[in-house]
Ligand binder design. Sequence first.
Ligand SMILES: [Ca+2]
Length: 199
Amino acid sequence: MKRILIFCFLLLCYFLLYSNTVPVVSNVTAQQRGDGSFMVDIYYDVYDADGDALTITMQVSPDNGLTWTFSCTQISGDVGPNIYNGNDKHIIWNLGTEHPNIAGNNFKFRVNAYDGVNVDPFSWSFVPAGDYTWGEYNQIQTIDYDYMIMTYEVTNAEYKQFLDEAFVMDSIWIAGDYVKGYYPGDQYTSAGEQIFYSL
Ligand SMILES: [Ca+2]
């Protein structure tokens, strides 16, 4: 009986020490100022039941949630490390400096909170311009621009979540054996219908 009690006590200590609650972000709002400054105010509430110090990141979608790679680095306020629980947290995005002459009616904002216990599956890593080794003969190639790449591979579950959300928003559709959607285009790929998944 004594051993069982000791075991239960140790088990309780384990859960008290190592159990963790994932932080929750809610009530995200975003509005561009009407004073011609091209600043955007983003507000949110965040709560972590453990009271952990949080790292806050922000993502912007220019196409109603279809893609989330639109850069938003000119941000200040309640963003970055060491943010704690609270309401009406405020992020200021200097849109005019980062994206001069940009305009759109389909912007969406996502605020992410991480407590240092759970991995951020959508974190991005900076890759500076420079040489890299390519191919089976180890040729030296050069990329002359900086870029960002996801730190971790997208899992099947995460991609399914993306497709589910895009489907609900009518951003993608099923045509025969394919899941298709509209891609707004970039400098390498022209705008038009793209296949997102083969059923
Ligand atoms: Ca936590």
